[in-house]
Write a protein that binds this ligand. Sequence first.
Ligand code: ZN
Ligand code: ZN
Length: 270
Amino acid sequence: MKPVLSVSGLCHSSRKMNESCYFFKEQAKTPMEYSTGCLICGNELLYSVCPTTETCFYCGATKETNTYCESGHFICDACHHGTANDLIERYCCTTDSTSPLLLALKLMGSPLLKMHGPEHHFLVPAVLLAAFHNLTDAEGNRATERIQEARRRAEDVKGGFCGFHGACGAAIGTGIFMSLITGATPLSDTERKQSNMITAESLRVIAEKGGARCCKRESLWAIITAVEYVQREFMVAFPVDMPPPCPFSDLNSECLRERCAFFGCGVAPA
Ligand SMILES: [Zn+2]
Ligand SMILES: [Zn+2]
């Protein structure tokens, strides 16, 4: 199957929208905008006298609850009240998805993830590690320990690295992912090269796309670049997905709009 969205542009050879449709079709605006009602779709919340058992939209945990939305959405207390990194870790350690792009888009829709923020530096390696392990089952299931280590490393990459240090944290996230799957250290040869190469390729793509920082755009390009790198260097093919039109553009005053490939998605980037 040909890639539908690559670092060199867009093509329309294939559309795979299943997971993303579930999330985006129900939303005219992003969940970050809902101050009342369901945090996923904005619909009115319903309350029942007798509790029912529901499955959390994010982490898949089943809990008894008296509150749910009329579309059936339920978010458990842990996913509702934790930090963004808590949610990313919990979700990526439990998902069976093999699509890093759709994993990232689903998590980006949570109100715990801000429009911009250093949580995206963990988001990128976390979704890549989860999808990679679900796809390859490499070395048994080491996804959880690697995702937790990715969180520890990503927390060293502070907000604003792109402008102040010349290295976007989403791109560094691809290097964290690579060093974890190869076991790279500062003393490694090939593995250290691969970690630096994937970061370099991500940084180049992000830089060439231009614009002020957009943590959503940079994260998506970093993931797409990493997917292409892994396919080329390791012969591991992630599923290819056409992301839905970006639901975050109205929240970003610096949005490139028609100049961004994800705006309206389906229009080739300038
Ligand atoms: Zn809902
Ligand atoms: Zn949950």
